[in-house]
Structure formats: structure tokens, C-alpha cells
Design a protein around this ligand. Structure first.
Ligand SMILES: Nc1ncnc2c1ncn2[C@@H]1O[C@H](COP(=O)(O)OP(=O)(O)OP(=O)(O)O)[C@@H](O)[C@H]1O
Ligand SMILES: [Mg+2]
Length: 346
């Protein structure tokens, strides 16, 4: 494009310069009349704009072709996760018991070869109203597991149930009203803060959005944005820091007061001070709901009633933080704070 523009802009100017130079010489020697030279320059200036436009059109055409191909690629995609033909309903109110039974999962591979299994028989029960922390080494499949609850991926074998109903038997809209998810690397759309938080329910009153932002301790930095709730963020707007994005994703998750919350390391990008703030707020939110929280830090684990350790595609152990510290060396290696480690050794 840059090269094309360079040519489009300089060539006509060079042509005019050449005509003026040749014309001057011609008039001086008497082989050209002044009128001919002036006419040539005039015609050239008339031609420059249409020719430049044509070049610009050519350049745009290649852009449009690429964008069009991408658009149809997305539009032609047939979603594999769809509403069941005979949907069942969740009990009302939803109790929020989440159970994974014999869950196996392998990420689909492009070349059709055998896919390595990330989860190999996960059995896990999150009791209604309980906060369960999920810990495991990096790459052990925690994010993969959390994606199965809201059916962002379907299990390869086994089942995920909410209040005893298989998630595959629920309408997607019902499932995702009951289960809200916030991911470690949240996706913000190019829209206002309000639209990003109230994603999917545009009629939500401002007060509800502000309340969710307060819960996620995002109200402070949002108030500092140039247009508050109306500030455009995301791809074409203000760029936010990782921690700010995480807090918006958290606000988005809690805004609908879902009975089940799935949080994939929601505090990983926060500094210690902000983390404590968000944790205090989270503690209030987690009070009434069932929560599955992926945790890397001991401080996040403290929020949980019980902790499950994921290793080798299975749940290695479930118990309280103190119990696991005392009984599971693998857990100790992952999560014990330095003074807890010395306590256990002592
Ligand atoms: N989209 C994908 N396609 C193929 N393989 C994937 C995909 N996403 C993750 N994996 C693989 O699945 C395994 C588990 O990944 P996952 O993201 O669940 O780990 P994690 O426990 O969340 O790690 P972390 O603590 O670093 O977030 C990894 O080996 C990873 O390479
Ligand atoms: Mg992860």
C-alpha cells in the first residue's frame, strides 16, 4: 500500500515536471508554442485525480476481498454447540449444584490425528452455595475444565450436570443465565463500558451496572475514564490494563446475579492491594452462590470453602486448604506460602 501510494502521488508530479521542462526547451527553440505547453499541463492536472482514484480502488479491492473472505468464513461456520431438540428446565429457584462425572476432554485437532486428552476422568461435586477453588500446575487443564460448565466446549465423555440436569439438555440461554463465566484473558468488545458489562441484556438499568462495577472494584477506574460508563473501550477504544479488563469481566459475570459463577483465575493480573479489595467484594458475592474458582495464589484459595487439586487430568484430592497442606505434598508444592511451608516442615 505504501509503495502504491508513493507511485500514485509522485508519478503525476514527475510527469508535470517533465512536461514543463520539455515545454520550456521547446518554446525556447521555437519547436513548440506556449499554448501547446499550457494545454498539456492542464490536461495532465485533469487526469491526475481519476487515475489516482483508480489506483486507490485497486488497493481497496484487495482489502475488501480479504475482509469478505474472513466474513464468510465466520458466517459459514456451523456451531457444534446448539440447543437440544427437547430441552429440559432447571428447577426454580436454581439450587446451583454442579457435578462433573467421569469427564474426559480432548481439544479437537485440525489434522484429524489423535487428540491428547487433557481431562481423563474428572469427578467433582460443587455443593450448592459452596465456593470451590480449583488449583493445578500450569497447563493441567483448569481453563479447559471451567469452559465445560457453561458449555463453551462439550465433554468428549462423561457428563456435567447442574441440579442433576445434564447441561446438554438445557437451552443455551437458560444455561448461560444460570452460569456466568469470567476468564483470565477476558474479551472486551469495541463498545462502551456499559455495553461491555451488560453484554446480552442491553436494557439493564445503569444502577445494576454500577452495582456490578462496585462489586468488582472497577467503579473507581471507570469513574476516572473520560466519559465514565459511556467511554468506548476494546479494540477501537481506550485500551485498558490487564487488571482493569479482568475487573470488567468480573463485573460482567456478576451483573446478572447468576446462581453459579465460574471464575478462571479472575485476580491473576491484579496487584496485591487491588486483589485484596476485589477479594473483599468477591467474598460478599460468593456468599450466596455456587462458585468454581481457579486459583493460583494462596490468597484466592482462602476465599474457598474447599479446594480441589487437578493433576494428570484427574482430581487428585479435595479438601480444605489446611487439610490438603497437611496431606498432599503436591498441593504444598503448588500453593503453600513460605511460612506455611516452614510450619509443615517443623
Ligand atoms: N484450544 C486449544 N487447542 C488445543 N490444545 C489446547 C487448547 N487450549 C488448551 N490446550 C491444551 O490443553 C492443556 C490444558 O490447557 P489449559 O488452558 O486448560 O491449562 P490451565 O490449567 O488453564 O493452565 P494455566 O494455569 O496456565 O492457565 C494444555 O496442554 C494446552 O496446551
Ligand atoms: Mg488457564
Amino acid at each position: 500500500m505504501a509503495l502504491l501510494w508513493l507511485l500514485l502521488v509522485t508519478l503525476p508530479e514527475l510527469a508535470i515536471a517533465a512536461v514543463v521542462a520539455v515545454g520550456t526547451a521547446g518554446v525556447a527553440t521555437g519547436s513548440l508554442t506556449l499554448g501547446t505547453v499550457v494545454a498539456s499541463v492542464t490536461v495532465l492536472t485533469y487526469l491526475i485525480w481519476p487515475v489516482a482514484t483508480l489506483g486507490w480502488l485497486l488497493a481497496e479491492a484487495s482489502n475488501s476481498a480479504a475482509a469478505g473472505a474472513r466474513y464468510w468464513e465466520v458466517r459459514d461456520l456451523v456451531p457444534s454447540i446448539v440447543d437440544p431438540p427437547h430441552p429440559r428446565a432447571l428447577p426454580d429457584p436454581v439450587r446451583g449444584e454442579v457435578e462433573l462425572r467421569g469427564v474426559r476432554f480432548a481439544h479437537p485437532v485440525d489434522d484429524g490425528g489423535p487428540a491428547p486428552e487433557v481431562l481423563r476422568g474428572v469427578d467433582l461435586l460443587v455443593r450448592p452455595g459452596e465456593t470451590l477453588a480449583l488449583v493445578g500446575a500450569t497447563g493441567s487443564g483448569k481453563t479447559t475444565l471451567t469452559a465445560l460448565v457453561a458449555r463453551l466446549q462439550d465433554v468428549t465423555a462423561g457428563s456435567v450436570t447442574i441440579d442433576g440436569v445434564d447441561v446438554r439438555d438445557l437451552r443455551l440461554a437458560d444455561l448461560r443465565t444460570a452460569v456466568a463465566t469470567a476468564f483470565e484473558d477476558p474479551v472486551l468488545i469495541s463498545a462502551s463500558v456499559r455495553e461491555n458489562v451488560a453484554l446480552g441484556s442491553p436494557r439493564l438499568p445503569d444502577e445494576a451496572v454500577r452495582e456490578a462495577l462496585r462489586v468488582a472494584s472497577a467503579d473507581g477506574f471507570v469513574a476516572g475514564l473520560p466519559w465514565g460508563l459511556d467511554t468506548r473501550i476494546g479494540e477501537q477504544g481506550m485500551s485498558l490494563s490487564g487488571g482493569q479488563r479482568q475487573r470488567l469481566a468480573l463485573a460482567r459475570a456478576v451483573v446478572g446475579h447468576p446462581p453459579v459463577l465460574v471464575l478462571d483465575d479472575p485476580l491473576s493480573a491484579l496487584d496485591v492491594h487491588t486483589e485484596a479489595e476485589v477479594e473483599a467484594a468477591l467474598r460478599r458475592v460468593l456468599g450466596g452462590v455456587t462458585a468454581l474458582v481457579v486459583a493460583h495464589r494462596p490468597s484466592t484459595v482462602q476465599l474457598a470453602d474447599r479446594v480441589a487439586v487437578l493433576a494428570d487430568g484427574r482430581i487428585l484430592a479435595v479438601g480444605t486448604h489446611q487439610h490438603l497442606l497437611a496431606t498432599e505434598p503436591a498441593y504444598r508444592a503448588l500453593l503453600a506460602s513460605p511460612d506455611e511451608r516452614s510450619q509443615v516442615q517443623a
